[in-house]
Design a protein around this ligand. Structure first.
Ligand SMILES: *[C@@H]1O[C@H](CO)[C@@H](O)[C@H](O)[C@H]1NC(C)=O
Ligand SMILES: *[C@@H]1O[C@H](CO)[C@@H](O)[C@H](O)[C@H]1NC(C)=O
Length: 386
């Protein structure tokens, strides 16, 4: 049976002609000249039900996503307010569609900003939700969950070294380097002070030692070992490099250093201690707020991570970046050269065409014929060589 929704709706709105239903015996409502026979509208009812279901699904899904974001913000409002002079942007939680939400916080020592981003499942979009779920079953390393990211941008300071370092949940390892080019700088190692399910990605062991040892009230290894937190932890990274490989050397003014905490959005405030620890870690790295890698607590401004690293480590870090810089520069030069060659060839072609257009028709034909023969000869010699 063919099913035309427009005809169906029109059919639903117009009363059926009384003649076509002599032998109708089902339920029937009569009002003046109108007769309504529900049994004749089964398809229409199904159609309306499907629309209502879809609209309802969209509405409930959008509400669920917005609800979990504002619930999370509510649980963390006190922390954000204690850390920032402007904990949330004007206008409140930002929204981009029905599954992407963001909060911009600023006004804190050591940080120029914190971007909190929620990338939730498309609960409002039935088709995409089904697609994601099925794909999640088929492709085992395609994990679908509500993602939460805290992206701390450090103020421009020499206390934060140029390095890439991370703790990563092992089930994120596969494929993380394709999403995070910066992590290709690192080597993956086990750490006896961390749970089995986590791994360290570090350029040099010196950095790991400095960051994982206790600093006053902050013990990263203890927080990361908390079984309440562990199921939601995805990664924690300190980085001076972008997520994708840059095509050109990045100008100094555009470089920035970040501490990035990646989580699966917890249903309640399970990960609050980890987020508090992230703020403490920011201070430890930057040597601010009485904290520093090398200092006892509460003794004035501590020493940041950079100064606590061994001089050899700093030299090695610097060398890696200088080499990358050189490589990117060379690529840029090569690219420019190729571009120029292309341009030259195009100009030559244009010139030849112009010349050709000025000739008489007979001469044009002769030259084109010669070109064609030359091309044929070329392909023949090529295939002979093979
Ligand atoms: C780290 O410290 C060294 C020596 O104190 C300094 O030369 C270097 O510029 C610092 N690193 C950064 C990224 O500022
Ligand atoms: C967050 O951090 C990365 C570093 O990986 C940076 O490139 C990115 O632009 C940052 N900002 C936002 C808003 O995500």
């Amino acid at each position: 049976m063919s099913f035309n929704p427009i005809q169906t709706v029109i059919g639903f709105l117009t009363p059926p002609p009384p003649t076509m239903s002599e032998e109708y015996e089902g339920l029937e409502y009569k009002w003046k000249m109108f007769t309504f026979r529900p049994a004749l509208f089964q398809l229409e009812a199904l159609f309306i039900a499907a629309i209502l279901f879809y609209v309802g699904f969209y509405w409930l899904g959008s509400k669920a996503n917005a609800g979990s974001v504002s619930a999370w913000m509510k649980d963390h409002r006190a922390l954000y307010q204690s850390q920032f002079t402007r904990p949330v942007q004007v206008g409140g939680i930002g929204k981009d569609g029905n599954s992407d939400f963001f909060v911009y916080s600023t006004g804190r020592r050591a940080l120029s900003a914190l971007h909190t981003t929620f990338t939730l499942r498309p609960r409002h979009d039935l088709a995409q939700l089904i697609y994601q779920t099925v794909w999640g079953f088929v492709q085992l390393d395609y994990s679908v969950y509500d993602e939460l990211e805290l992206n701390f941008t450090f103020k421009d300071t020499a206390s934060v070294p140029d390095c890439v370092w991370a703790v990563v949940a092992k089930d994120e390892l596969k494929g993380i380097k394709s999403k995070r080019w910066d992590l290709t700088f690192t080597k993956t190692t086990e750490n006896p002070n961390l749970p089995q399910s986590l791994t360290v990605m570090s350029e040099f062991a010196d950095i790991t030692e400095n960051l994982l040892k206790p600093h006053g009230p902050l013990s990263l290894t203890a927080v990361l070992s908390d079984p309440k937190i562990l199921p939601y932890f995805r990664s924690l990274s300190l980085t001076d490099q972008p997520r994708g490989r840059p095509l050109h050397p990045i100008p100094v003014a555009q470089r920035s250093k970040h501490l990035i905490l990646s989580l699966a959005l917890p249903p309640n405030a399970e990960t609050l201690p980890l987020i508090q620890a992230a703020f403490q870690l920011v201070d430890v790295i930057a040597g601010e707020g009485g904290w520093g890698v090398g200092k006892a607590p509460g003794k004035g401004n501590g020493v940041g991570l950079n100064a606590s690293l061994r001089p050899e480590t700093r030299t090695k870090l610097k060398k890696v970046r200088e080499e990358l810089e050189k490589e990117l520069k060379e690529e840029m030069v090569r690219e420019k050269r190729e571009e120029q060659a292309d341009e030259k060839a195009a100009a030559k072609r244009r010139e030849a065409e112009e010349k050709l257009s000025k000739l008489s028709a007979a001469e044009q034909k002769k030259i084109m014929e010669r070109e064609r023969k030359r091309a044929v000869r070329k392909t023949q010699t090529k295939s002979k060589v093979r």
